[in-house]
Design a protein around this ligand. Structure first.
Ligand SMILES: O=c1[nH]cnc2c1ncn2[C@@H]1O[C@H](CO)[C@@H](O)[C@H]1O
Length: 330
């Protein structure tokens, strides 16, 4: 069964591009850019060192500060899609953060150009199809969210397929971000937002009541509210589930308490995702394997997860139906 899982065509909808940077690549990019990386960022095994959500966010910022130009974005994009393709991921959407690029002195256009180059090179070399979701960062405030949404809408590219938001769920309220999300949605960009990861079900209610979103990043704490679960089914809201990330951040104590099997049996549309792979010692392939090993998710159900993910993707209709057929044929 494990070899069939590894062959299964997979879809990733939830990864943070700067969070896919492996420590070795941070050091390589920092060196060529003449940037000093504080080695306290890593533990004695050379892995990222962090202890809780706040220190994870700081480590994320510190790792991404090695970036200096569009070519760096090209390289992290290429490396990320390459490792996805090695696990039979056939389609992946990744979140990019113009705020992190700007902090490193990289313009929006250079960042997009680099990502597009990385996506094209990975498609040429490995056949994987990549797309971009532009994200704002919640703890940077609603006005900056509006700025990012405007920048995206004013600079369209066929690979930019959606808008989203990550960051500290305790900063501001989701309603404060309605202006940013409305700019994106009114321009035709489907949206996703992080909610119900660190905060409770009320944050998922806020997301579905105040924002024009089709998907929720994580949303795992929805499990605490039966009415909310019904609502997610009724409105066909997809949950981007990242079990390895949840366990790493101690949102659930162990595999037995993870709600993925309950979401599936309730009929909620879900995908399996890596989030920030080297920070959480995971990958999309591992998420599929661990779900089978530790949560008894069958191959048939995993195949259905790939299908639900492709269906909930922000790809154009042709790409969607072509790749869904590829999964069905497996
Ligand atoms: O698991 C997560 N939960 C919430 N925010 C996250 C997670 N991983 C990364 N980011 C945040 O997303 C932004 C860029 O897309 C960054 O601010 C990063 O800190």
């Amino acid at each position: 069964m494990l070899s069939q899982i590894s062959q299964l065509p997979k879809i990733e909808l939830h990864s943070h591009l700067e969070g896919t940077l492996k420590p070795e690549l941070v050091n390589v990019i920092a060196k060529r850019n003449g940037i000093h990386v504080d080695q306290n960022l890593f533990n004695s095994q050379g892995e990222y060192a962090w202890t809780d959500f706040a220190s994870f966010l700081s480590a994320y910022d510190a790792a991404s500060s090695c970036l200096k130009n569009g070519n760096d974005y090209r390289d992290i994009t290429y490396e990320y899609f390459k490792s996805c393709a090695s696990e039979n991921v056939i389609y992946a959407e990744t979140f990019i953060s113009p705020d992190h690029a700007a902090d490193c002195g990289i313009t929006y256009d250079d960042m997009i150009y680099g990502c597009v180059q990385g996506i094209d090179d990975a498609k040429r070399d490995f056949g994987i199809i990549g797309r971009i979701i532009v994200t704002c960062v919640r703890h940077l405030g609603p006005q900056q969210g509006v700025n990012v949404a405007k920048q995206m809408v004013d600079n369209p590219h066929p690979y930019i397929v959606g808008f989203g938001m990550g960051g500290d769920e305790n900063a501001f309220t989701l309603e404060d971000y309605a202006p940013a999300f409305n700019i994106a949605a009114e321009a035709g960009y489907p949206c996703t937002v992080h909610a119900g990861e660190l905060c409770g079900p009320e944050s998922v209610w806020d997301a579905i009541n105040f924002l024009p979103i089709r998907r929720i990043g994580h949303g795992v704490n929805s499990i605490l509210d039966a009415k909310l679960l019904d609502e997610l089914v009724k409105r066909n809201i997809h949950l981007e589930i990242c079990p390895g990330s949840n366990l790493s951040l101690s949102i659930f104590a162990d595999w037995d308490s993870h709600p993925l099997p309950s979401f599936i049996s309730k009929g909620i549309s879900v995908s399996l995702n890596s989030d920030d792979p080297p920070f959480f010692h995971t990958s999309v392939g591992l998420e599929y394997i661990n779900s089978a090993k530790h949560m008894n998710i069958s191959l048939e159900k995993l195949k259905n997860i790939s299908l639900m993910a492709m269906d909930a993707s922000f790809a154009d209709a042709d790409t969607k139906s072509r790749l869904m057929n590829k999964i069905i044929e497996f």
